[in-house]
Design a binder for this molecule. Structure first.
Ligand SMILES: Nc1ncnc2c1ncn2[C@@H]1O[C@H](COP(=O)(O)OP(=O)(O)OP(=O)(O)O)[C@@H](O)[C@H]1O
Ligand SMILES: [Mg+2]
Length: 245
């Protein structure tokens, strides 16, 4: 029997038929502003409240900004600071560009340094939940696509070895469902969830879909969601009749 890690997010565990299989390393891909950072933050927040420590690696924003944005979007979460103080949520912001070494006009990215930083932070926080926001940024710093795939493979196997369950965010070029193209590196991950816009112009709505999840069956339905002060609200099957697009 696979042990399922509850995300604790309203509606998400139902479309995941219970949760994310433990030790899965999944990618959450979405267009700009689709809510990738906030959803992955809420995953850590809900898990922290269940007593599972998590680490958030912010590669695109400072830790301060991540916390500020989360507090502003989720105004009902009044215990974020308390969870951080207790060590149940650790936010580690890191600017990957500090790892680029310039040598004779070419840049090489010390990916190993990032992996060891992740490992030491996860160990000292005794975390079993991890978020990396985003892996797309790491991709910008590796010159060729093959090197990037190799780096992603190393990242995934490191996280598996650490015994964590993770959400790694990735950017999708298009926010539209019909134009979705999956990059080859996505196939390395144990699961893929996408967030995108459906419908035309004024009828545009946000929706998510589980594309794959190794180890567990899941809904294949495109499911609308909203970001509310109480957290994400994912309109799983029973309430879908409220939506038309
Ligand atoms: N205070 C708020 N109240 C309600 N919704 C908010 C609030 N702040 C942000 N949002 C919503 O959340 C979205 C941004 O969420 P988030 O930063 O998680 O997106 P993202 O996918 O990580 O974006 P990016 O591609 O820029 O990294 C906004 O586009 C907006 O729809
Ligand atoms: Mg983001």
């Amino acid at each position: 029997m696979v042990n399922l890690v509850k995300t604790g997010i309203e509606g998400l565990d139902s479309i995941l038929y219970g949760g994310i299989p433990e030790f899965n390393q999944i990618v959450l891909a979405g267009g700009p502003g689709s809510g990738k950072t906030l959803l992955s933050f809420e995953f850590l927040y809900r898990n922290a409240k269940m007593g599972n420590p998590g680490v958030f690696f912010a590669l695109e924003e400072t830790s301060k900004k991540v916390i500020e944005n989360a507090k502003s979007a989720f105004s009902n979460f009044d215990d974020i600071d308390e969870l951080i103080d207790k060590g149940l949520i650790t936010i580690n912001s890191e600017d990957p560009s500090v790892h680029i070494q310039q040598s004779e006009g070419s840049s090489s990215y010390e990916f190993g340094k990032v992996l060891s930083d992740i490992e030491s932070t996860v160990s000292s926080a005794k975390a079993n939940r991890v978020v990396i926001d985003s892996i797309s940024l790491l991709g910008l710093l590796v010159n060729d696509p093959l090197a990037y795939r190799r780096s992603m493979l190393a990242l995934v196997s490191n996280l598996r070895r650490l015994g964590v369950t993770s959400i790694l965010t990735a950017e999708l070029r298009t926010p539209e469902r019909d134009k979705l193209v999956f990059k080859p590196e996505f196939f390395i991950f144990d699961g893929i969830i996408v967030m995108y816009q459906v419908g035309k112009e004024e009828k545009r709505k946000l929706a998510m879909e589980v594309i794959k999840m190794r180890g567990n069956n899941h809904s294949f339905v495109t499911t609308p969601y909203e970001i509310t002060p109480k957290g994400f609200k994912i309109y799983a099957a029973e309430s879908q009749s409220d939506f038309s697009y």
